[in-house]
Design a protein around this ligand. Structure first.
Ligand SMILES: Nc1nc2c(ncn2[C@@H]2O[C@H](COP(=O)(O)OP(=O)(O)OP(=O)(O)O)[C@@H](O)[C@H]2O)c(=O)[nH]1
Ligand SMILES: [Zn+2]
Length: 201
């Protein structure tokens, strides 16, 4: 069976099997003791199927398709976009985790940069998949390194996991922080500069 995490845009969103998702939701409703044919639930399986098509749309997107616009402007200092909103789905429980991502890089020596919105789009490509926060963080960092060939990258993600808030251990408000640091941003001074920009409120 294909591993959806490594699928990386090999299929198309058209490959999403909406009918199958709809049937699965109907089964789930029956399994929890609900009546999927009652008035309020009649349209729910098809709504949920459409919602999942959107929530997991990143399975069918490639990072290189969003990091399309690049400019060679010779800027060779750090570029950092912080507080990018993240909505993702925990692959263990299929409930959301949400928070923010901070994405920074030091451009290549030629000064190749990308559009700022493209960094947020890149976050979405990986967030819109069944995920764990650690993988989300490293995938953003590694794809930036590969495509933009910068001298360094830093990605910090801070999220609250609904699987820890609304069920299980029930600790609302607990935040998980993950980071991935590559290239020159591993140097202490540069890394500290990035972290102080990220932490500044
Ligand atoms: N490392 C990591 N763990 C996660 C993430 N999202 C959820 N988890 C954890 O995945 C684990 C799954 O543990 P299991 O023991 O298999 O499942 P469970 O019985 O539902 O666990 P509880 O949540 O402790 O009730 C839990 O500890 C979750 O907190 C994530 O993004 N990264
Ligand atoms: Zn979970």
């Amino acid at each position: 069976m294909t591993d959806p995490v490594t699928l990386d845009g090999e299929g198309t969103i058209g490959d999403f099997d909406e009918k199958r998702a709809e049937n699965a939701v109907r089964e789930l409703l029956i399994a929890v003791g609900e009546d999927p044919d009652r008035e309020g639930l009649r349209e729910t399986p098809s709504r949920v199927a459409r919602a999942y098509k959107e929530i997991f749309a990143g399975l069918w997107q490639k990072p290189e398709d969003v990091l399309t616009t690049t400019f060679d402007i010779g800027h060779d200092e750090m570029v950092l976009v912080k507080d990018i909103e993240v909505y993702s789905t925990c692959e263990h429980h299929l409930v959301p985790f949400r928070g923010v991502a901070h994405v920074g890089y030091i451009p290549s020596t030629s000064g190749k940069i990308t559009g700022l919105s493209k960094l947020a789009r890149l976050v979405d490509v990986y967030a819109r998949r069944p995920q764990v926060q650690e993988r989300l963080t490293t995938q953003i960092a590694d794809s930036l390194m590969e495509i933009l060939e910068p001298r360094g990258v830093i990605v910090v993600v801070e999220c609250e996991h609904m699987c820890m808030s609304m069920r299980g251990i029930r600790k609302p408000g607990a935040k998980t922080l993950t980071s991935a640091v590559r290239g020159q941003l591993r140097d202490m001074a540069t890394r500290n500069e990035a972290m102080s920009l990220i932490m500044a409120r």
